[in-house]
Design a protein around this ligand. Structure first.
Ligand code: ANZ
Ligand code: ZN
Length: 816
């Protein structure tokens, strides 16, 4: 109770509680089934330096959720670790001459100190790094499991290649067709690489999305990435050679409008057909030029160029022969790598036909109009009625699609078909700082998996990781030479490492039993803790990471290793922290770092600022919040006010007035709902209101000790340090506020008082009615419709629409 005279001093309070919480082991997940479990997971950080503002924001939200669930009585698993393999470590090492391992572990130490200083409620006993051999041993084991099931395989695949650095580049490292590092134009190169068969799960990845309580935009991004298209496969025959070539089309209803046929440059029939057609010279020039163009550019190519192959495709529906082309706008990676050209009804085909003087034949008549091919300036891609289409004339085109697909099947020239945009996941990296691929190549036996008992395949430390023509592991004098596990003859290890997204596709399983020595995870522990109840992280992972993690979970399910098919039940995305309307970046010189702010004004100020700035998923412009780095962010003043109010309330024994008690119950009700929906900003506003009301009460001679304690609890998940100090030292409570029970409310006391319902007719105010502030939509509507004044204003017109905003507004809209 002696706190009254003390002033708020976060730099004294916060480090003291960091030490104390650690001593008390406050945040250990228990896992004994005595309470319901809650798995709160934050996307683990990449250790590329100290924590940045994005971490400060994401973890403020994730930690608030975890602490809220603790107080609600859950047994919370809130782990942390590091996504520690990857290219940035290698690049930093190359630049500064430090070993990637040294750089990585130093950054991890730094981030760990910063997380502790910020008071994150992690169960530190479960920490691991993906670059620890005890972890990547199991990454390699999972690779072998996928391999056993035919879900990991090798094939020749194109890659981006920098001719100067002599290395493969990821798509993100190709900037405007040039190498990010040296500016040399990037070329394409075919390499044999490892893939995971994500396409095998395309449909299940779509179907199981029903189970997910994720932001709609993330679900949409995943859906589009998987890109399911329904339609038909149709087999055309090459007139000159008799080769059968299938195409995939979403519009079999346009088959009678085909006027040409196009192959992708990599289509295996192209050289033969060009040879037969006598156009090989020209075709080869185009193919070779495309070969030298980086993938990223090519895929976006809007180009309408193309070369005639001199042969013809026979349309199976009418035996018409149309000319064949090879053109960059058809991609080998999609559908069948060949396309039937319907210029009247597909825009790309239309432009191609105009560029090459090909006929346009209309076979769909749009509603209310006839198309004249000579006049058309763009394709009609919409629905309509089929015309010039033999037996199907007069059929509405949406009906024609399934009917024609079935008809093609009957005639033996096609079938209904589904295609996905999703590609298999290329996991090979010709890089050093990653988990080695546990395969041995033997001249006699071919690909041989490393036996499980020989894992991990350790990454050697004495490696020259300067970029060069091949994987750095290939240049090590001895590492790759091993005896074949099968025949014991001389063989070599695979010298590639795995994409770091493989590491992060299963780390959430490992947290359930992080110290297992003999297996990747304990299935019992996984069954207990998984799926993750709340996953928090950036929307930049909406597609790859989340999709890969879902793929892994399904594959493990099919192996009988886990009993569920989706890893993350709920997902919460934080916004970005920007500065002055732009992303923070070194080149703009507008980077703000969180830890100096934490040191100066306190972690509670940092956290609360992040959470108060707006809805959690919206961007935060730090410049608008704290334009002057020498002045504290505004919530700092609130925390000072809170401090004084609680100190004063603790020192008064006067009874609490009813109005304050009612506001307390109401605030508990609303703030609890706000936490459930991650509305941290409105939760904070409510606690500010309550703080002000306590102040008014005290000034008027009333007491507020109980309400002050509840206020402290409501803020504890978001401002853990000040809450703990006020709870234990100022209010003199036993034990930690963080293990105290979340405050409850009495529904009667929590009722809002009355509200005024405004009744409008066609936007004009006609009546005002006193209602219960809790009045729902139905009640408000009934009251408004019963209003005499409103009825008089309506007269004998008819109400066609009722807009209800309970409890304040009803607008009755009448027919004109
Ligand atoms: C004829 C046609 C007529 C088409 C028409 C569309 C409209 P989505 O919806 O994205 O799945 N296509 C098929 N394979 C292709 C490839 N490898 N490269 C480029 N284009 C390809 O797109 C399906 C349509 O994209 C297919 O349907 C095909 O053009 C084209 F009035 O076939 B369509
Ligand atoms: Zn062998």
């Amino acid at each position: 109770m002696s706190g009254t005279a003390r002033r708020y001093d976060p730099s004294e309070i916060e480090p003291r509680w960091v030490a104390r919480w650690e001593e008390e082991g406050l945040y250990r997940a228990v896992g004994d089934g005595s309470r319901p479990k809650f798995y709160a997971l934050d996307m683990f950080p990449y250790p590329s330096g100290d924590l940045h503002m994005g971490h400060a924001e994401a973890f403020s939200g994730g930690d608030a959720i975890a602490r809220f669930r603790w107080m609600q009585g859950y047994d919370v698993l809130h782990p942390i670790g590091w996504d520690a393999f990857g290219l940035p470590a290698e690049n930093a090492a190359i630049k500064r001459g430090i070993h990637p391992k040294e750089w990585t572990y130093a950054n991890i130490d730094q981030q760990r100190r910063s997380f502790k200083r910020m008071g994150m409620s992690f169960d530190w006993s479960r920490q691991f790094n993906t670059c620890d051999p005890e972890y990547y041993r199991w990454t390699q084991w999972l690779f072998l499991k996928l391999y056993e099931r035919g879900l990991a395989y090798r094939k020749l695949a194109p890659a981006n290649w920098c001719p100067k650095d002599q290395t493969v580049l990821a798509n993100e490292q190709v900037v405007n067709g040039a190498c990010e590092r040296c500016g040399t134009p990037v070329v394409r190169r075919d390499l044999v690489q490892w893939f995971f068969k994500t396409t095998e799960y395309a449909q299940r990845l779509l179907d199981d999305m029903d189970q997910l309580q994720w932001p709609e935009r993330v679900l949409t991004l995943q859906r589009n990435w998987i890109g399911r298209s329904e339609g038909a496969e149709v087999r055309f025959e090459i007139a000159e050679t008799g080769d059968e070539v299938p195409v995939f089309t979403t519009r079999p209803d346009t088959l009678w409008g085909v006027t040409f046929f196009v192959f992708a440059a990599e289509h295996p029939l192209v050289p033969k057909l060009a040879e037969v057609g006598g156009t090989w010279e020209e075709a080869r020039a185009l193919i070779e030029r495309l070969q030298a163009t980086p993938l990223t550019n090519r895929e976006q190519a809007e180009s309408r160029e193309g070369v005639r192959l001199g042969v013809h495709a026979v349309n199976p529906v009418n035996r018409e022969e149309v000319p064949c082309f090879v053109a960059p706008y058809v991609l080998m990676e999609y559908g069948t790598g060949a396309v039937m050209g319907v210029p009247a009804h597909d825009q790309r085909d239309f432009e191609f036909a105009r560029a090459h003087g090909l006929p346009v034949r209309v076979v769909i008549r749009p509603p209310g109009g006839v198309l004249d091919p000579a006049e058309m300036v763009e394709a009609w891609a919409g629905e309509g009625v089929m015309v010039n289409s033999g037996p199907f004339d007069g059929t509405p085109s949406p009906e024609g699609i399934p009917r024609i697909a079935a008809w093609l099947e009957e005639k033996g020239v096609g079938r209904p078909a589904v295609t996905y945009r999703l590609r298999d996941w290329l996991i090979s990296r010709q890089r050093y700082w990653g988990a080695p691929i546990p395969i041995v190549h033997c001249e006699a036996c071919g690909e041989v998996p490393v036996p499980e008992e020989d894992l991990p395949v350790l990454l050697p430390e004495d490696v020259d990781f300067q970029p060069g023509g091949e994987s750095p592991l290939a240049r090590h004098p001895t590492w790759k030479h091993v005896a074949c596990p099968r025949c014991r003859r001389d063989a070599t290890r695979d010298v590639d490492t795995m994409d770091t997204f493989v590491d992060s596709s299963w780390y959430f399983f490992r947290y359930c039993s992080p110290h297992e020595e003999d297996r990747a995870f304990d299935p019992e522990a996984v069954r207990y803790w998984m799926p993750v109840d709340q996953y928090t992280g950036g929307v930049e992972h909406a597609v790859l990471h989340l999709l890969y993690a879902r793929f892994f979970t399904k594959a493990l399910h099919d192996m009988g290793l886990v009993p569920f098919v989706e890893p993350f039940t709920r997902l919460m995305n934080q916004g970005q922290v920007i500065y002055g309307g732009a992303a923070m970046s070194k080149s703009k010189g507008n980077i703000v770092e969180p830890m100096p702010i934490v040191e100066r004004w306190g972690a509670d100020t940092m956290r609360l600022t992040m959470l108060f700035a707006g809805p959690f998923e919206d961007d935060i412009d730090w410049k608008l919040i704290a334009p002057d780095p020498d002045r504290p962010p505004p919530v700092y003043h609130f925390l000072n006010r809170l401090w004084r109010v609680v100190c004063d309330a603790a020192g008064s024994d006067a009874p609490e007035p009813e109005a304050l008690v009612r506001l307390r119950h109401r605030t508990v009700r609303v703030v609890t709902a706000d936490y459930e929906r991650y509305r941290f900003n409105t939760a904070i506003s409510r606690t500010m209101e309550l703080t002000n009301e306590i102040r008014r009460t005290l000034d008027a001679g009333g007491g507020a000790r109980e309400t002050a304690a509840v206020l402290v609890q409501l803020l504890a998940p978001m401002a853990p340090f000040i809450a703990e100090e006020l709870w234990r030292a100022v209010l003199g409570k036993e034990g930690s506020v963080h293990t105290s029970s979340w405050p409850t409310f009495d529904p009667e006391l929590a009722k809002e008082e009355r509200a005024t319902l405004v009744v409008q007719v066609d936007g004009k105010v006609r009546d005002r009615i006193e209602v219960d502030a809790d009045a729902d939509e139905e009640t408000c509507r009934a009251l408004a419709e019963a209003s005499e004044n409103a009825r008089r204003a309506i007269g004998d017109r008819r109400v066609v629409k009722v807009v209800v905003r309970p409890p304040r507004l009803v607008n009755l809209v009448t027919a004109a």
